[in-house]
Design a binder for this molecule. Structure first.
Ligand code: HEM
Length: 238
């Protein structure tokens, strides 16, 4: 499938300014292009890292909104004012403040990357244990995001919560909200993902109200991405 995406793009002359066109046009310092397998890897990692994570964030946002009438009312009020029925575009982003809060709060409760690996680059003491260089450890954004020391009443969906990224005031530990990881390997697509999710949620909410289509409780399953097991929802025109 990835090979076809690359071949199709080559066949149309790699026109345009999208990411694949840029990858095809990219040259290293010696003037060489990316090899076929390098291109393949770049496309595959972008699909893997970017698609299911973002769709999961959007799915959880819609699920949470359906169960929280006050947050839904605030969402509808915002999108009605900002969009007036239109599809959202990048220029609307700064005015979709509540929508952004909804997405970030969904990322707190259900971080798609629920567990992340790290390798120690030197010996460290952690929680009373000596870890030698080269140790692999895993940590969980899910557990951190639901820790009551950092998030009062952590199980509650409260988009008005204070976050560390400056969108709201308040004392906050930067390390306690890490849906995109942290440090040198942090997600390269974080701004893209938030932009995409917020514009999608706003555009959907401008026209539709989503309601559960089944009485079965929605369960989170920790696969490679934390997704709802199934999430059947009915779309009701607003
Ligand atoms: C809500 C959506 C997303 C979430 C929750 C997410 C989360 C993450 C996390 C936690 C990491 C690892 C960070 C670390 O180790 O500290 C990561 C890496 C990465 N993300 Fe995202 N991401 C999302 C969307 C995207 C999008 C849209 C793109 C591309 C357009 C993207 C591209 C990448 C890439 C290329 C990596 C590095 C993969 C590697 O090192 O092999 N992500 N992401």
């Amino acid at each position: 499938h990835v090979a076809r995406i690359v071949a199709d793009r080559r066949a149309d002359g790699a026109a345009g300014r999208d990411l694949l066109a840029r990858l095809l046009a990219a040259r290293d310092d010696d003037g060489g292009a990316l090899s076929e397998s390098e291109l393949h890897d770049q496309v595959a990692v972008l699909i893997l890292a970017g698609a299911e994570t973002t769709s999961s964030a959007l799915a959880w946002s819609l699920h949470l909104i359906a169960g929280h009438p006050d947050a839904e009312r605030a969402l509808h009020a915002e999108v009605d004012t900002v969009l007036d029925g239109r599809v959202a575009g990048p220029d609307d982003l700064s005015r979709l403040e509540w929508t952004g809060r909804v997405v970030r709060e969904a990322l707190r409760l259900y971080p798609p990357a629920w567990v992340l690996p790290r390798t120690t680059t030197r010996a460290v003491d952690l929680a009373g244990r000596r870890l030698p260089v080269g140790s692999t450890l895993v940590f969980s954004p899910y557990i951190l995001h639901r820790h009551p020391d950092f998030h009062p009443e952590p199980e509650l969906f409260r988009p008005e919560r204070e976050y560390a990224d400056g969108t709201a005031p308040g004392a906050w530990s930067r390390s306690a909200f890490v849906p995109f990881g942290a440090g040198p390997t942090k997600c390269v697509g974080d701004t893209f993902a938030l932009t995409e999710s917020v514009l999608a949620l706003a555009s959907i909410a401008a026209r539709w109200r989503l309601r559960p289509a089944s009485a079965t409780p929605v369960r989170a399953v920790p696969r490679s991405v934390l997704t709802p097991r199934t999430l059947p929802m009915r779309l009701i025109p607003r």
